[in-house]
Structures are given as structure tokens and as C-alpha cells.
Design a protein around this ligand. Sequence first.
Ligand code: NAD
Length: 295
Amino acid sequence: MANVAFIGLGNMGGPMAANLVKAGHKVTAFDLVAASRDQARSDGAALAESGAAAVKGADVVITMLPAGKHVLGVWNEVIPAMAKGTLIIDCSTIDVESAKQAHALAAKSGMLSVDAPVSGGTGGAKGATLTFMCGGEDKAFAAAKPVLENMGKKIVHCGGAGAGQAAKICNNMILGISMIAVGEAFALAEKLGLSHQALFDVASTSSGQCWSLTTYCPVPGPVPTSPANNGYKPGFASNLMVKDLTLAQDAAKAAGAATPLGKHAQEIYQAFDAAGHGGVDFSGIIQHVRSLAGK
Ligand code: NAD
């Protein structure tokens, strides 16, 4: 079992750190927010006074923070306090450029590093069923995998530095676009007098089949576990979809890729967010689509 330092104990990091404790690791935790630290203590973690204090004597350091600037800030603070050869893993969803800079910082000081953003949301964080998309050298990934397995059920090595973040934003761009497509199809079906169930029965077994339809259907009824049956409570909030689509647009611009539908999807979720629905599950975008009728 390892000495693990865990920095960033929010909605995702808190339960992830708790699962490492459950798996038998000695976890030393830090967050800026006192309530998150208290929760980590009651979950069985030791508390540190700062990020730099948390990493003293750690074999593995994990960060789970809001955005690239927080990750670079914390990595700049903690790397000088880590023993050479320590493994540092960032599980946050951040821009590819910052992820690459973080890897470079770690390499300069002789550390092993992995970017390992997740999918699966807070339910996956609690249930230790997350998917980790990893970027980094083979040796770093091999060291990270057994630790990540205590917090997730699928651990994928996507390539070198930043490849985990690249996989995450490409996947979520598909998701954001496909949810709008499914919402538009149901909104059109309603106008044409076609029932939700009839469209579902056809499209879910035809060429329109996709995860947004069959697992996360944006109308109540056909898929009882989807947020549409629960007042569109997240799940995955629309403001997080805006964040991921914005990261995808930033990456597309920097890399010179054309992503016209990704751009349009970003604008559509931004409008939904600006209308005060950022906390609504992203499948609630169907409501926004319906509201555009006749405009
Ligand atoms: P959150 O805001 O609940 O948690 C972030 C935590 O980081 C907060 O507790 C904050 O106090 C702490 N923090 C910020 N700066 C810090 C610093 N310098 N030192 C120590 N702690 C610091 O966010 P979350 O929902 O846990 O998400 C974390 C990351 O995971 C984000 O990048 C998010 O995009 C990604 N993510 C979230 C979900 C989800 O469903 N919530 C799903 C997949 C990925």
C-alpha cells in the first residue's frame, strides 16, 4: 500500500480520496475549503496544512482541481517538496496545453507524471467506477494504473503527455453534439405527432443509435434511469458541458482543427447556461431546442 497525497477534495476528489483510504492506502489530504478537509478526515484521511506539506514522504501525489491554472499553481508548489522519482497524477479536466506544461514541470525535477482525467461523474467517484483516460510515459502509466484501479473500473493509456486530456475533450465533444442531435429529433417528432416511445423504438435499433439516446434519453419514459425522469437533475451539469466544449474549442484553435459542430454546440450550451440553466443536466438542452421553435 502506498503513501498517497491527495489535493483537491471537492465533489469528485473527496469521494476518490475516500476510496483510496478504503483500499488501504495511507492518504494525506489537503483542500483550501475547511468543510472538505473535515469530510476527508471523517473518511479516514490524515490532514495536511498545505499542498507542500501533504506531499512530504508521499509515493504518489494526486490532484483533482477546477482548471489548468489551479493545477499549474499546485504542481509548481508541490514538486519542489517531493522526493525525486515520485509519481504525480492530475485527474482534473484541464486544457491540453496546461497538461503538457505540468508534465514538463514534473520531468524537469525528475518526477513521473500522468494526466488522467475521468468520466463517470460524482456517482462514479463515489462507487469507484470511473473511467480514467491517461497520458504519459509507459513507466509512469504502469506506476499509476494500480492506484487508479482503486478509484475506477477502466484505465486507458491514450498516449504521451496530454493524451488523456485530448481523449476526454474529443469524447465530450461527441457527447455534447449528439445530445443536441437527439434533442432536435425528439422536438421534431413532437411537432410531427410521433410519440417519444415510437421514435425511441426505431432509432435505438437503427442508424440513429447512440449513447445520448439509449442510455441518457432526454425525454422521460423510454430510459427510466435517465435524468429526464428526474426533473433533469444532474448527472452532468450543463455548465460542465460548457467547460469541456470550451476546452475542445481552445484545443481545436491551437491545433488548427476544424470543428464547426463543436463550436455550434458550445454556443447552444452557453445560451442555455446564460439563461440560468447551468445547473440543469446537459440532456435538458432539449428544453432550449424546443424554445427556439419559430424563432
Ligand atoms: P469542485 O469544485 O467540487 O472541487 C475542486 C476542489 O479543488 C475544491 O474543493 C477547491 O477548494 C479545491 N481547490 C482549488 N484550488 C486549490 C488549491 N490551490 N489547493 C487545494 N485545493 C484547491 O470540482 P469537482 O466537481 O470535484 O471537479 C474537479 C475536476 O474534475 C474538474 O476539473 C472537473 O471538470 C472534473 N470533472 C468533474 C466531474 C463532475 O461530475 N463533477 C466529472 C468529470 C470531471
